[in-house]
Structure formats: C-alpha cells, structure tokens
Design a protein around this ligand. Structure first.
Ligand code: ZN
Length: 609
C-alpha cells in the first residue's frame, strides 16, 4: 500500500515538478500528448486518441521513476506542454479502475459487490468523463487490462496499461483532478476475484462461431480469432495452443503450423487490452485508444487539403526544399561541411548564397556536427594572423551547433547507443524549437555504433522526426573514392539504394579533373520538380576564403563531361570488361548504362566489339 503522494519539489517548472511528484511516489511516468488550441499536440487533424497517446517514440517503454531521467524526459516539453501518463501494473504498484460515466458507466454497479465505504477510502481522480479509482497492485495475483469485467463501461488498467494523471488536460478542456487526497488502498479481493474469474476458454467457445475458414480467408480469420482470445487474456503459449487446435478443426485446408505460430506471435506482441487488432467487434472503440496507421480521405478532400498547404519553398535553390530530407554526398575533402555550414548560415541570416535561391523565411537551424572540434570550427571561420586566430566571423544566433557529449554516461533505460542518440536528438530538436536540422554526417553515426550495420535506423529516425516536427533535414554522407572518369550517379552514394529511398532529394559535390580547386554541384534525385542541375547544367564553384569565411563561390554552369578525367587505355578496357560482366549477369543495356554512368550507345558499342 502506498502512502500519500510526495509533495512537489519547489523550484522545477510545474510539469516537471508534477511528474517528479509521481516518480517520488514510486510510479513510472512518461509524457503524453496534450491539448493545444483545442487540438491534440500531435497536430494530426484526425488524431483518434487526442491528448492521450505517448508523446515520445518509446512511449510506455520509457516510463520511469528515476528522478534525473524523469526530469530530462519531461524537461523536453517545457515549451510545448505535455500530459502525464502513469504506467499501471506491478512495477508502479498500481491498478486503476476507470469508470467512464460519459459513456454510461456507473460507480453504483461496483457498490453491488464492494461496500461504498471501502471504495471511498482510496484515492479518487476526476477524469474527462468519469472517475479513476487508484488501488495498490495485489501481491499474489496478476491484474491485466480489461474492459467491462467489473461492470458496463468500467475498465481496469493493470499490467501493460497506463492512465492519464492530474493535472493533465482532457481534450474537452476539463482537467484531471484529485477528488480527495486519500492513501492508495489495496485492490479489494472482490475485484481480484472477479477480474480473474472469467475463463478465457469458456469465453473462446462463446465468441467463436462454428464456421469453416476456407482458402483465402484462413489467415484473416485466424488473426481475428487470435485478437479476440488475446483480448480475453490468453498468454502467447495459450494462444498458440488454441490457434493450432482451431486451425486443425476449422481451416479447410489447414494452414502450415509455422504460419499459425506466426499469427499467434504477431498478435501476442500486443499487450492484452492494448492491441489495435483486438477489438474487432467495436473497432471504433479501439480507435478511441489507438490512432490508426492509415488515413482514408476522398480524393476531392485530398485535393482541397493540398490546395491549402503551401508550395514548398527553397532552402538551398532546387537542391533542398522545405519539408524534405535531402542527402548531400561527396568524397572526403571536397567541402561538404563547408557547404552545409554555408547553407545553415544563409538560412539563419536569410541571405541567399550568391546565385542560389532562398525562398524560405529566416529561421533557426540545428546543426548536428560530428565532424569538427570546436577549435577546427573556429579556425574555418576566423583569420589567422601570426599564428593567432582573429577577426572571427559572426554567425546569427539562430545557428545552433550540437555535438556529442562524450562525457555523458548512457542511462540504463536505453538499450543501445542509438536509442540514446535518437532520444537526445529529438530532445535537442524539441528544445531548440527548430524546424531545420542538418546532420554532419550520417556516416559518422553509422560507425559510432557497432550494432548498426548501416544507416537505416538513423534514416528511419530522421524520417520520423521529419513527420513529427515537420522538419526539413539535410544529411551529409561520405562516398567511397569515386572514379573520376565517370559522371556521378546515385551508385556513388554508400548504401545508395536504401538511403535513396528515404531521401526526398539528393545532390552531390564533384571535383573537377580540370582544376583541383573547382567543384561542381549536381542533382541526383529530385522529388517534385524537374532536375535543373543535371549533367549538362552542373553548377561550377570554387572553394574560397576571402576573409574569415570558408565558402563555395558560384562561377558558371557547365557540362559534367568537361570536368571528368579522360579515359586512359587501361580505364577503358576495365570499363569494357565491366559492361561485359554486367551483360553476362543478364542486366539490360539500359541498366548497365545507368549503373556505369555511360551512354546506351557506348554500352552497345562495347558489347559488339
Ligand atoms: Zn494526437
């Protein structure tokens, strides 16, 4: 049994103080979305669980009572408000009985089997449409989430569940409030008995019609049954046993055992009472707790909405538009970081870079720098006189630079370095309230963690952040040493296929073979517009430092071919061999031309030599 809640700490901001108060009382807490201007802070117009769903990726899994961690976790939302979620179950020593009066639930129903005086002794919370009764988790029984087991529209939140806690705001504008300041009492034995009474197997027989599942509907039917059984409280192994039995009795013909086990596994991933898949009879009720992954609208509504959303503006000419994930790649030493800093400087000062268009308005940029030390950064943006750095370039204060804090010890809540990094990145984005992120560079992050085989998790995470915070992201990537006799193609980007899928746009910096100090910019992938900076119209630049600012200086447009190295005889015979090898692997001439960056005519010629 818990004592009364801990008092607030005093100096923290209110949200953090409230979250810490719960943590000090032993509850595991985590942030939920809140209400802003009458809407959920997830900003989705069709959010189905407004102000009730987790605010961070890891959600419920991140729930903690570690005071430092909770302080940091809720500190992220200092500027953007959050509701407080308390994880229920054994770990928090908490079971909550939720009476949804707005939907017809009545506490009177509970008085039928537990005396009113007993129920009135525990902590009561007013919710958006009813009341929560808090109880201590029973030491010798397991309490799972359930619906309607104690009465109509009376739910129970136990293992794997959570509740919204005071002083969170309900989507209706009402706040969750303490109705009393009672201690949290033990869960009445009558409840425990009732919650454990229902035999899943008896329920199974009730809910399953004795129909046959024919070829074509067997998977769906079994999944539906599995959902019902999971909802009724079956464990994974019980689910497997039941499904195998149903499969042999009803599926015509029976599915392979492996397939049945896969269905059991996929349904058992959801916590009991938590699955978006399980309330098939009342899908809309389920949707009230869990937002759907999909969005369905009429085509006309799509067009009307599109009309209202503005045409994306350029951040760096046609290379990078607002709202896009853009990849900039090049060999080491060609000045990727220089260009990226120049772009960030241009956006934060709202000054376009020479010839290149900037339509977006002045805004902050968060520059995640894994490349340069503070000293190296200083050196690039200052003048060296008699071995002393002087006359430093003045950046706009909206230019925020973030680096990895090598002294930070990984909190135990994070399983991997990546989890910690992703959490920290989101934290910095939220703190900075920026909508522009530049990552220099993803290749570094890849090698920083031994477990990640490629940059895929990072790109997925960037994509998620992009959607969540409406970010524009530029990610820098290294390439393996390029063959300078051939035009730059997407194949020069390491991990090209996967990275390319995640990027809205890609551009590259090439080095001119004519003149080592010349660089050129070339578009490799564009999402919306036609390519402007294609191989016949590359932007030729020189790298200069006129004063205290190392930069790309636009010279003219050119043809990429003029800047490529001439083929030597040995280069040429190697190329011919590659063409033949690819052809022997049954690649089409078109694919070969594309992969090797040569013309279709040349492929044809080499194959007929
Ligand atoms: Zn929402």
């Amino acid at each position: 049994m818990l004592s009364k809640l801990a008092p607030t700490g005093g100096t923290e901001n209110e949200l953090v103080a409230d979250a810490l108060r719960y943590a000090k009382s032993g509850f595991l807490v985590f942030p939920l979305h809140a209400v802003k201007d009458g809407k959920c802070t997830c900003a989705k117009s069709d959010c189905t669980s407004p102000a009730k769903h987790p605010r961070t990726i890891q959600g419920l899994k991140q729930a903690s009572r570690d005071l430092d961690f909770v302080k940091n976790l809720f500190g992220c939302f200092t500027y953007a408000s959050a509701n407080i979620g308390i994880r229920t179950g054994k770990e928090s020593n908490l079971v909550v009985v939720d009476i949804d009066a707005a939907k017809g639930g009545s506490i009177e129903e509970l008085y039928d089997f537990v005396p009113k005086e007993i129920l009135e002794k525990t902590l009561w919370i007013k919710t958006g449409g009813g009341v929560h009764l808090y109880f201590a988790y029973p030491p010798n029984a397991e309490i799972r989430n359930s619906t309607n087991k104690l009465g109509n529209k009376i739910d129970v939140r136990g293992e794997g569940g959570y509740v919204v806690a005071p002083p969170s705001t309900h989507i209706t504008g009402k706040t969750y409030e303490f109705l009393n300041d009672n201690r949290i009492m033990p869960l009445p034995p009558e409840f425990i008995e009732r919650l454990n009474r229902i035999e899943p197997k008896a329920k199974k027989n009730e809910t399953l019609e004795s129909e046959s599942y024919l070829n074509g509907s067997r998977n769906d039917s079994l999944a539906r049954v599995a959902g019902k059984l999971r909802h009724a409280g079956l464990s994974k192994s019980e689910l497997e046993t039941s499904l195998l039995k149903i499969n042999s009795e009803r599926c015509k013909p029976a599915l392979a055992e492996k397939e049945v086990l896969r269905i059991a596994w996929s349904i058992a991933r959801y916590d009991v009472g938590q699955s978006p898949n399980i309330k098939f009879e009342s899908v809309k009720d389920a949707a009230a707790d869990f937002p759907s992954l999909l969005l369905t609208k009429t085509a006309n509504v799509c067009i009307e909405e599109a009309k209202l959303s503005p045409t994306p503006k350029t951040l760096f000419d046609e290379f990078w538009f607002e709202g896009e994930i853009c990849i900039l790649f090049a060999d080491t030493g060609l000045g990727k970081s220089v260009l990226a800093v120049q772009v960030a400087d241009s956006i934060t000062k709202n000054l376009s870079i020479g010839h290149f268009a900037l339509e977006a308005e002045k805004q902050k940029v968060l520059f995640f720098d894994c490349e340069l030390s503070q000293k190296q950064f200083e050196k690039r943006y200052a003048v060296k006189e008699n071995d002393i750095l002087t006359n430093h370039y003045i950046f706009d204060d909206g230019f925020l630079r973030t680096v990895i804090n090598r002294n930070a010890a990984m909190p135990k809540h994070f399983k991997t370095f990546e989890d910690y990094l992703f959490f920290s990145l989101e934290y910095e984005v939220a703190q900075a309230e920026t909508s522009i992120l530049i990552v220099d560079n993803i290749t570094y992050l890849k090698s920083a963690t031994e477990t990640a085989k490629d940059a895929l998790p990072l790109m997925k995470e960037l994509n998620r952040l992009k959607d969540k915070y409406k970010l524009s992201i530029m990610a820098l990537a290294h390439t393996p040493k390029r063959d300078m006799t051939r035009p730059i193609t997407v194949n020069d980007l390491q991990g090209s296929k996967m990275l390319s899928n995640f990027a809205d746009s890609i551009f590259a910096i090439g080095q001119s073979a004519k003149d080592n100090s010349l660089r050129y910019l070339k578009q490799i992938k564009v999402r919306s517009e036609e390519k402007i900076y294609h191989e016949e119209n590359i932007a030729v630049c020189q790298l200069i430092k006129p004063d205290n600012f190392l930069m790309f200086d636009f010279l003219n447009f050119g043809s990429e071919r003029e800047h490529l190295k001439a083929l030597s005889d040995s280069d040429k015979s190697e190329l011919i061999q590659q063409v033949r090898n690819l052809s022997a692997q049954h690649e089409s001439q078109r694919t070969i031309a594309k992969n090797l960056g040569i013309s279709l005519g040349a492929v044809n010629k080499y194959l007929n030599m």
